[in-house]
Write a protein of this length. Structure first.
Length: 459
């Protein structure tokens, strides 16, 4: 069992984690015609928009209640009700996601009661769904805030019932924060290859996929999971849960609907992909399609081609718990040793990893451990560029935020083809770090000019 260690540091240096409210907002951005509303100071929301805009390179719809010192002391319930009414009247969203922040949580805001007051004061906005999410940024990280949002979305939008299997071709997918929009596209193609129809919650693959739309700029999300589709999740044949952080959301969905679920810690690497493929084949009652078999054979060949680069390699990884676990397991499958593993916060899956120790900390902890163990490669978000430069090792960028590489948000990591490309990238970066074999020069060879002339004359 892995030991999870939290250093007793007085402060955070080179922060790794991103706040819970940003994770909740990220989940809401995967719902069609939604508008997240952060209940907190204006600067908190501006900070979130900067991160999202730099990562996705898209305008991000996000509103704030703009708490100031007076409402923080005297109470901000009235301003929240007014904000909900203003958004409903001016933008006509299908969903408003009301997310707390550290300031409103410290104040003691009761957003569930505030939503009830909004419903009583403005009954003519009953068609607008409102999901309240408590996500204090004093604890957790982006991943845990994202998971809290999914739990609230399931509670609010999925009806209670026992109609499982009435849509035998539909498969629910609770998509964790470790998946990129490109990964969501891969999952959609993977599931469709078995003749099944995926219902994603949320669907970042169709809302933040980086396309131009006829609307141009919109105050609401464009694309993503539709509320009408989410309401049918109780009629699906099965639910696929990607990421250990979504255990509670998965439990709530199963309790409300009775739909059986299958849970996966990640979809990177041969064994993880095999288990997912076998599950789809069992749900669809059909054999594995040829295109999937071919992709698997390509991954196997790549593993054979790169095995000389992986033996004895040492890598440091820093990420949110789900993503960290997926990478550590993948590296272990390749024969690579993870010599430094740093998580942004504690997570359910960390204790099951194939390494001795995981540190809950920051990028300084990663740099210290990686230097002591002689790491040859770092896997982390763009904030790790400077630590990697100081360590004089390459950085494979993964996670959030990724702001210094164009198109990084669309990268396809999961599946057989994504695992193959990740394998190639790791092998190439490691090869750059390893010195080549020096040419052999005989002890009888004299490379002085006279020896060279003698050799020519002798010929």
């Amino acid at each position: 069992m892995t030991t999870v260690v939290t250093p007793n540091k007085a402060l955070t240096v080179d922060p790794l984690k991103v706040s819970q409210p940003m994770g909740a907002v990220l989940a809401l951005l995967g719902i069609d015609r939604s508008l997240p509303l952060e209940h907190g100071a204006q600067g908190c929301t501006a900070f979130s928009k900067v991160f999202f805009t730099r990562h996705f390179r898209e305008p991000i719809p996000l509103q704030t209640t703009a708490m100031d010192h007076s409402v923080t002391v005297m109470g901000a319930d009235a301003s929240v009700v007014t904000a909900l009414a203003t958004i409903a009247e001016n933008h006509h969203p299908d969903l408003i996601g009301l997310v707390t922040t550290g300031l409103s949580e410290t104040q003691g805001a009761d957003i569930l009661r505030t939503v009830r007051e909004f419903r009583l004061a403005y009954p003519h906005f009953s068609e607008v769904a409102v999901v309240a999410i408590n996500a204090p940024d004093t604890v957790g990280c982006l991943e845990s805030g994202y998971a809290l949002a999914l739990e609230a979305l399931v509670e609010e939008l999925v009806p209670v019932g026992r109609r499982a299997g009435q849509r035998p071709q539909q498969v629910n997918v609770l998509a964790g924060s470790l998946l990129t929009p490109g990964d969501i596209e891969v999952l959609g193609e993977w599931i469709a290859a078995f003749g099944l129809t995926p219902c994603f919650l949320p669907d970042l693959g169709s809302s933040l996929d980086g396309r131009l739309t006829p609307l141009g700029f919109s105050n609401l999300t464009v694309g993503g999971s539709r509320l009408a589709d989410i309401a049918t999740m109780g009629e699906a044949a099965a639910t696929l849960v990607i990421g250990p952080s979504l255990q509670r959301a998965a439990d709530r969905l199963r309790e409300r609907t009775g739909v059986p679920d299958y849970r996966f810690d990640g979809l990177l690497g041969l064994m993880a992909c095999d288990r997912f493929t076998a599950t789809l084949a069992a749900i669809a009652h059909r054999s594995v399609p040829e295109v999937i078999e071919r992709q698997r054979a390509q991954l196997l060949d790549a593993m054979v081609d790169g095995h000389l680069q992986f033996g004895g390699a040492r890598v440091g990884v820093a990420a949110d718990p789900d993503l960290l676990g997926m990478w550590v397991t993948f590296l272990s499958d390749l024969g690579i040793e993870t010599v430094a593993a740093v998580a942004a916060a504690r997570g359910d899956g960390l204790a099951r990893l194939p390494i001795e120790t995981v540190t809950v900390g920051d990028l300084e902890d990663l740099e210290t451990a990686a230097r002591a163990a002689g790491a040859q490669l770092i896997i982390a978000n763009s904030h790790a560029a400077e630590p990697a430069r100081r360590l004089r090792v390459p950085l494979l960028r993964a996670g959030f935020p990724l702001y210094d590489r164009l198109g990084a948000y669309a990268r396809r990591w999961v599946g057989y083809s994504g695992s193959r490309q990740a394998l190639f990238d790791i092998a190439n970066l490691l090869a750059e770090q390893r010195p080549g074999i020096a040419p052999h020069r005989s002890i009888y060879w004299n490379d002085t000019p006279r020896a060279a002339e003698w050799s020519v004359g002798a010929g």
